[in-house]
Design a protein around this ligand. Structure first.
Ligand code: FAD
Length: 287
């Protein structure tokens, strides 16, 4: 079975990597080391998050600019609409376009506590961006349903609206239940979404942080994942990395066998696990 898998893995897999603006100088060094290492795998794009309501948009932009200059990679800033007016968003988009940025990850962003119904949803942002210029746009999708959605079907219809507004692909929230991704992909196809539903892979090396984070997101942590980290949550980092990588590698191989060709990685600004998973998928440095 192993031989057969390796044969399957010779296909053309496309990867993309997500980073976030670092908070300290030492984290900045880690980020650049990771970008440098992962850039060798020639990702189709890399993206940099923007914390909605955090006022750090300038940092997202400057990292994007630096990535483009230092590596020549296609770099996509994340842009949220929950914390900006339409005029501000148009100005930001125009500025990005004028600076040679052609790719954007378009999001609504989380609502601040106590906020009422938002003025814009992500589909409105996609439409606004497309009015400014012909950006390549990625949007978010939720195989296990966005926490605010009235129902799974309503959430799916909202995703379709984003694609119909001009988005080129959807990147999923991270997940561990591969079946839920595969079912979701089927439901997207059934409703007429032709754009790629790119699985977002979170290589886990810090199980405790994962539990904290998964709480806000509706992402199921299956029993088998608890079991794999049982007893090593505070163990040596290298040991946790190996366990985390093996989990993501197992998932990636199943996805690859199910015909998935595009993978997006939530790198958390580290390269070790993501590089190992890409390598196993047959993604190798290109000249
Ligand atoms: P939407 O697609 O607008 O959906 C939000 C909710 O509203 C859903 O429940 C949807 O079903 C519902 N909805 C949509 N349209 C309507 C409508 N017309 N009427 C009523 N309900 C509607 N957050 C950040 O702050 N910065 C980031 O950089 C960032 N990057 C992300 C990257 C990815 C790949 C993913 C998956 C998420 C990211 N997020 C980021 C988180 C995201 O901002 C939150 O999940 C946010 O709550 C929803 O954003 P969205 O773009 O999915 O919103």
């Amino acid at each position: 079975a192993l031989n057969q898998n390796l044969a399957e893995l010779s296909g053309d897999i496309n990867v993309s990597f997500e980073f976030f603006p670092p908070a300290t100088e030492s984290m900045e060094q880690t980020l650049w080391n990771s970008i440098e290492r992962l850039s060798k795998l020639k990702p189709s794009f890399v993206s940099v998050t923007y914390g909605a309501n955090s006022g750090t948009r300038d940092r997202t932009h400057s990292i994007i600019k630096d990535i483009k200059e230092r590596t020549g990679l296609v770099a996509a800033p994340h842009l949220t609409c929950v914390d900006a007016t339409r005029d501000e968003l148009r100005a930001i988009a125009k500025d990005y376009w004028d600076n040679g940025i052609r790719n954007i990850v378009a999001l609504r962003g989380d609502l601040p506590p106590g906020a009422g119904k938002p003025e814009m949803y992500a589909n409105d942002l996609v439409a606004l961006l497309k009015e400014v210029a012909d950006f390549d746009i990625s949007v978010a999708a939720y195989p296990e349903v966005h926490p605010e959605a009235k129902s799974a079907q309503a959430d799916l219809l909202h995703l379709k609206r984003k694609i119909d507004a001009g988005a080129n692909r959807a990147i999923t929230q991270f997940f561990f239940d591969v079946e839920s991704y595969l079912r979701f992909r089927d439901r997207c196809a059934a409703i007429g979404i032709e754009a790629e539903i790119v699985p977002g892979i979170l290589p886990v090396s810090n199980y405790k942080n994962l539990l904290k984070f998964a709480g806000f997101t509706n992402v199921k942590i299956p029993q088998w994942l608890h079991q794999r980290f049982e007893g090593i949550a505070d163990d040596d980092q290298m040991t946790r990395n190996m366990v985390g990588a093996s989990i993501a590698i197992d998932m990636a191989r199943v996805l690859s066998r199910e015909g998935v060709k595009d993978f997006h990685f939530y790198t958390l600004n580290r390269s070790e696990l993501t590089y190992a998973i890409c390598h196993t998928l047959g993604v190798r440095p290109k000249a």
